[in-house]
Design a binder for this molecule. Structure first.
Ligand code: MG
Ligand code: ZN
Length: 233
């Protein structure tokens, strides 16, 4: 048999339960959103576990889009610059956001990163969140697109286990589809259970290695930028 232990309300040492902090985050997120909207810039919050393929997906999309769109990438990481250097090698600007010990980005960190770029000369911002399927979901950054990544080696049970991430996103990007022949991952199950949690999710099955699904994701992003700009007009 399996025993279960559970923290009582107020017992878990989790700063994110603080309602004042959440409200403060929401206020700054709205400011970020208004600022991005005013400049017609579409920001994408890319969430997913450690190793789900966030950096690789961003790299491939930057390759597809950088000839036609002006892009920067914000990279959330605890302390290293490895990912920003990978993206910067593609010839776009990056802003490293080191969170220290924090396991998620928040609106204030993104606000500071926004101050480092010229929004008037930008179209797209990819914001790579810290690798984690849990608390990034609770922090609105002011983005207009929020993607949750799920890679085939992680397993198809993640939507059920981490529903908040799937509930807060507008797109589910299944990654590493090239590994599907080798891992026990049921795409239909993941899709069905994610859509049960959040029926408005757009689902993309992708591989950064073979390029599968990237055209559709690119088209979705371009359409999202277009609709953001039409709301501004
Ligand atoms: Mg990364
Ligand atoms: Zn966190």
């Amino acid at each position: 048999m399996t025993y279960t232990v559970q923290g009582e309300p107020g017992e878990v040492f989790d700063i994110e339960l603080d309602e004042d902090l959440k409200r403060a985050n929401e206020t700054i997120a709205e400011e970020n959103r208004r600022q991005l909207q005013r400049h017609g810039v579409c920001a994408v919050d890319v969430m997913g576990s450690v190793g789900s393929g966030k950096t690789s997906l961003i790299e491939q999309l930057v390759r597809l889009l950088k000839g036609r769109y002006r892009i920067v990438a914000f990279k959330g990481d605890l302390t290293t610059r490895i990912d920003s250097e990978r993206i910067a090698s593609l010839g776009i600007r990056t802003v490293q956001i080191n969170t220290g010990r924090e396991c998620h980005l928040d609106a204030n960190l993104v606000k500071k990163a926004l101050a480092k770029v010229d929004l008037g000369s930008l179209d797209l911002i990819f914001i790579e969140n810290v690798g984690n399927l849990v608390c990034p979901a609770s922090f609105d950054l002011g983005e207009s697109e929020r993607w949750v990544l799920l890679s085939s080696p992680e397993g198809d049970d993640k939507p059920v286990k981490y529903p908040e991430a799937f509930l807060s996103a507008n797109a589910l990007v299944l990654t590493k589809a090239d590994l599907l022949p080798y891992v026990p991952f049921d795409v239909d199950r993941a899709r069905r259970e994610a859509l049960f949690i959040n029926p408005r999710l757009r689902v993309f099955v992708t591989s950064a290695v073979t390029g599968q699904g990237l055209d559709e994701l690119e088209a979705h992003l371009v359409a999202s930028l277009g609709s953001l700009r039409s709301r501004r007009a």
